[in-house]
Design a protein around this ligand. Structure first.
Ligand SMILES: Cc1ncc(COP(=O)(O)O)c(C=O)c1O
Length: 400
C-alpha cells in the first residue's frame, strides 16, 4: 500500500494551512535527487527556494555538521565560541565587507538591515527623530514578519496583518526615475532584491542597479541588497549584483548560507554602517551558533573556489537554451540568470500549479509563483543531462 496518501492527510490534519505543498512526501535526498516515502525519485528543481544551492547533503557540509555536532552546538552570544571568528572573517571577505552580523532566518536578516539602516540614519545621517524612511519596490518579497509584510504589495502576504509598520515608501521596481524622485532628506536606505525571485525571477532593466547605486551614493542613502535568494552562486556569480558590477552598502544573506542543513542568515556591511550597533541593541539566541558557523564557514569555502558560480553560469546557458526552445510551444516568456529561471506558461493552457503537479507526476519538482509562472532553481550540482531531462519533462507537460 502506498504511504503517500495517509502522510499527506496527516500533514494537512495537524498543521495550519499556511502552505499548499505538492502532495509528495520526501524521505531522503542526495545531490539533485529526492526520494519519497514510496520509493519514487524526483529531480529537485526548486532546491528549497535556493537554500540547497550545493545540493542535498553535500559531503563537505555534512562532514562539517557532524564534526560540530560531536563537539559543541550552542553557547548563545553571551560567550564566544571557536567557530565564530572564522565564519565571520571568511564571510566578510567573500562579501568584501568589514563586518558581518549573523542571524538565523532570512526575515531576521531583513529586520536587522532595517534596524541598522534606521540607526545609521539617526546617528550618522542625522535624520530627525522618528522620521527615517526606507524605499522599497513593488512586487518585493523580503519575508513574513509584521514589519516586512507592512511594505509588501502582495495582498495575500499583507491583508489582515495590520496595523502596519510605517516608514516605507513603495516605488515601481526597475523605475530609476521614480526611485530618485522618492528620495528625500529622511531616506535612510533603498532596500531591493537585485532580481525578484518570488515575483517570478523578474530582472530589472539593465542599468537600473548601477543607477540605484549612484543615486544612493549621491544622496547619502544606504543601498541594501537582499541577496537572500539571488546570492551565493545562484545566478552564476557570487551575488546577483556582481552582474552589473554593483556593490551595495549592505548584503542580506540567508538560505544557501546554511548549506540546506541549518538556518543561517547574515548582514554584511562596512564598519561605518554595522558599527552603529552597541551591546543590547540587537541579537538572537541562536544567531551565529557553533553549528551554524561550522556549516556556514564550509559554505563560504565552497563558494570561494568559484566552482559553483561557474557551474551555475555554464549550466544556466543550457537551461536558457532549453527553455527558450519552448517559447511558442506553451511558454510565453522565459527569464533566466544562471541556474534560476522564471517561466511563464500560456495561461490558456494551465496554471503554474497544474504545471507543477504534472511535472511532479513526471518526476520533476518545481514550484509555481503567481498565476501561470513557475520557477526553476535546481541545485547547482545538477548535471547538463539532468537539465535536459527537466526541460524534456516540461515540454511533455506543455504538449499535454
Ligand atoms: C529575497 C528574500 N528575502 C527574504 C526572504 C525570507 O527568508 P526566510 O524565509 O528565511 O525568512 C526570502 C524567502 O523566500 C527571500 O526570497
Amino acid at each position: 500500500m502506498l504511504r503517500t496518501p495517509s502522510a499527506v492527510r496527516d500533514a494537512e490534519r495537524y498543521t495550519a494551512h499556511n502552505y499548499h505543498p505538492l502532495p509528495v512526501v520526501v524521505s531522503s535526498a542526495e545531490g539533485a535527487w529526492l526520494t519519497d516515502v514510496d520509493g519514487r525519485r524526483y529531480l529537485d528543481c526548486l532546491a528549497g527556494y535556493s537554500a540547497l544551492n550545493f545540493g542535498h547533503r553535500h559531503p563537505a557540509l555534512i562532514r562539517a555538521a557532524h564534526e560540530q555536532l560531536d563537539r559543541l552546538t550552542l553557547t548563545s552570544r553571551a560567550f564566544i565560541h571557536d567557530q565564530f571568528a572564522d565564519f565571520c572573517r571568511e564571510l566578510a571577505a567573500l562579501c568584501g565587507k568589514d563586518l558581518v552580523l549573523p542571524m538565523n532566518t532570512g526575515a531576521e536578516a531583513v529586520e536587522t538591515g532595517i534596524k541598522v539602516a534606521r540607526k545609521w540614519g539617526y546617528q550618522v545621517k542625522k535624520v530627525a527623530p522618528g522620521q527615517a524612511n526606507i524605499i522599497v519596490a513593488d512586487g518585493n518579497f523580503h519575508g513574513r514578519t509584521t514589519t516586512i509584510v507592512s511594505f509588501s504589495t502582495d495582498d495575500d502576504a499583507r491583508a489582515d496583518f495590520g496595523p502596519y509598520t510605517p516608514g516605507f515608501t513603495v516605488v515601481p521596481y526597475g523605475d530609476l526615475a521614480a526611485l530618485e524622485a522618492a528620495i528625500d532628506e529622511n531616506t535612510v536606505a533603498v532596500l531591493l532584491e537585485p532580481i525578484q525571485g518570488e515575483q517570478g525571477v523578474v530582472l530589472p532593466p539593465e542599468g537600473y542597479l548601477p543607477g540605484v547605486r549612484r543615486a544612493c551614493t549621491d544622496r547619502n542613502v544606504l543601498f541594501i541588497a537582499d541577496e537572500i535568494q539571488s546570492g551565493l552562486g545562484r545566478t552564476g556569480r557570487t551575488f546577483a549584483c556582481d552582474h552589473e558590477g554593483v556593490v551595495p552598502d549592505m548584503y542580506l544573506l540567508g538560505k544557501a548560507l546554511g548549506g540546506g542543513i541549518v538556518p543561517v542568515s547574515a548582514v554584511a556591511a562596512d564598519a561605518d554602517v554595522l558599527g552603529v550597533l552597541r551591546p543590547g541593541q540587537h541579537g538572537s539566541t541562536f544567531g551565529g551558533n557553533p553549528l551554524a558557523c561550522a556549516v556556514g564557514t564550509e559554505v563560504v569555502r565552497l563558494l570561494a573556489t568559484g566552482e559553483f558560480q561557474r557551474r551555475s553560469a555554464e549550466l544556466g546557458e543550457r537551461l536558457r537554451a532549453g527553455l527558450e526552445g519552448l517559447l511558442g510551444s506553451g511558454l510565453v516568456a522565459v527569464r533566466v540568470r544562471g541556474l534560476w529561471a522564471g517561466v511563464d506558461i500560456d495561461p490558456a493552457l494551465m496554471t503554474g500549479r497544474q504545471a507543477c503537479e504534472r511535472l511532479m507526476d513526471r518526476g520533476v519538482l518545481a514550484k509555481d509563483t503567481h498565476g501561470s509562472t513557475i520557477r526553476l532553481a535546481p541545485p547547482l550540482v545538477i548535471t547538463s543531462d539532468e537539465i535536459d531531462h527537466a526541460v524534456a519533462q516540461l515540454a511533455a507537460v506543455l504538449a499535454g
